[in-house]
Design a protein around this ligand. Structure first.
Ligand code: C5P
Length: 323
C-alpha cells in the first residue's frame, strides 16, 4: 500500500473547567456531569512517523518518568485505531492477530500530569488523529469522536476544543458561544491528584453532609450569559467547581495556596482546574496574566500564562511519504 504521509505533527490543547457541576453516581461508576470546558493555550505536541515497530516515547519540559508501560492513553488510543483497520490493511502492514502495525509516536508533554487539565486526554485525542493518518485508516471524524469517548470522558472535548458544555459523563458536547479571549494563569502543583480519588472524596463529603448534595447537575445560566458578554469580571461569580472542596479536603496546602493567590490584585478569581491540583487564575487581560505568571515564577511557582478558547486537536504539519 502506498501510504500518503510518513510523518505528522498533531497539537492538542489542555483544558480547564469553567463550571464543573457533579451530580449523582451512575450505575457505571461515573458521575452525571454538567460541565463547561475551555481549551487553553497549553499544548501537547504529538509527532508520529512511519516505522517498522510500534513505539511510544514521552518527552518535554515536564517530568514524564512516571509514564511507563504499554497501557498509557496513547497506547490505548493507538490500539483502538488499529482495531478499526480492515483485514486487508492489516495484511498490507504484515501484522496478524492483535499485533499493532509499526509507528513511532513521540509525545512532547507540556500539560501537567495528573493536574486536572486533561493532558492525558489531549495525548489520546492527538494519537487518534496521528494513527488515523499514518496508518491511512480512513476513519471519519464521527468515528474518531466515538473512539475518543471510549478512552475517557474528557477525550472528545480535546478533539473539539473551543468552549463547550459537556453533559452525561462530560462527553456529550455542545459548543458554547463566547466573545473575546480569557486570560489565565495556570499554576501546576509539584504533586498530582488522582481523578477517581477526588470524585470519591466528594462522595464522602456529601455522604457526611460536609458539602451539599445536589439532586441534579446543572450549569447556572449566568455563566453562558457572562461568556457571551465577553467581560472577564462578569465571569467571576459564575465560575464554579464542585470538585474543589474535595481537592482541598485531600490537600489543605492547595487550599492555602489558592487563598493566598486570591489576595493578589491581578487575580479576578482563583479556582481548582477540574479535579486539580492545577490552579486556574482568571485575570482581566493578557498583560496581567503574563506579569502575574512572571511574578509567581520568580517566587518559585511553575506558573504559565495562557489564553482560551483555542482549537481542539489539529494537524500542524505533515510530510508526504515521497519526500
Ligand atoms: O473517564 P476518565 O478516565 O477521565 O475518568 C477517570 C475517573 O474519574 C473515573 O474512573 C471516575 O472515577 C471519575 N469520573 C467520574 N465521573 C465522571 C468523570 C470521571 O466519576 N463524569
Amino acid at each position: 500500500m502506498q501510504r500518503p504521509v510518513s510523518m505528522v505533527h498533531v497539537r492538542a490543547p489542555g483544558k480547564i473547567n469553567l463550571a464543573l457541576c457533579v451530580g449523582a453516581v451512575r450505575p457505571d461508576g461515573y458521575h452525571d456531569l454538567a460541565t463547561v470546558f475551555q481549551a487553553v493555550s497549553v499544548f501537547e505536541e504529538v509527532h508520529a512517523h512511519t516505522a517498522r515497530e510500534f513505539s511510544v516515547e514521552f518527552t518535554g519540559p515536564i517530568d514524564t518518568s512516571m509514564l511507563t508501560g504499554d497501557d498509557t492513553l496513547v497506547h490505548r488510543a493507538a490500539r483502538l485505531v488499529a482495531a478499526e483497520l480492515t483485514a486487508q490493511q492489516r495484511s498490507q502492514f504484515g501484522v496478524a492477530g492483535d499485533a499493532l502495525p509499526g509507528i513511532r509516536i513521540v509525545v512532547e508533554k507540556h500539560v501537567p500530569i495528573a493536574g486536572g487539565m486533561g493532558g492525558g486526554s489531549a495525548d489520546a485525542a492527538a494519537t487518534l488523529l496521528a494513527c488515523n493518518v499514518i496508518w491511512d485508516a480512513g476513519l471519519e471524524k464521527e468515528r474518531l469522536l466515538e473512539l475518543a469517548a471510549m478512552l475517557g470522558a474528557d477525550v472528545p472535548f480535546s478533539m473539539l476544543g473551543g468552549t463547550a458544555l459537556g453533559l452525561d459523563r462530560g462527553d456529550q458536547l455542545t459548543p458554547v458561544l463566547t466573545a473575546g479571549e480569557l486570560a489565565w494563569v495556570l499554576v501546576p502543583s509539584t504533586f498530582g491528584l488522582s481523578t477517581p480519588a477526588v470524585y470519591a472524596e466528594l462522595d464522602r463529603l456529601r455522604s457526611t453532609g460536609e458539602v451539599p448534595n445536589p439532586i441534579e447537575a446543572v450549569v447556572a445560566p449566568d455563566l453562558f450569559a457572562a461568556l457571551r458578554g465577553g467581560k472577564p469580571e462578569s465571569l467571576v461569580n459564575a465560575l464554579t467547581n464542585d470538585l474543589e472542596a474535595a481537592a482541598f479536603s485531600l490537600s489543605p496546602e492547595l487550599q492555602k495556596l489558592a487563598s493566598s493567590l486570591a489576595e493578589r490584585p491581578e487575580v479576578l478569581r482563583c479556582m481548582v482546574s477540574g479535579s486539580g491540583p492545577t490552579l486556574a487564575i482568571l485575570t482581566q487581560a493578557g498583560s496581567d496574566a503574563v506579569r502575574l505568571a512572571e511574578e509567581l515564577r520568580s517566587a518559585g511557582l511553575p506558573a504559565v500564562a495562557a489564553h482560551g478558547p483555542v482549537s481542539g486537536a489539529h494537524f500542524v504539519h505533515d510530510t508526504p511519504a515521497d519526500q
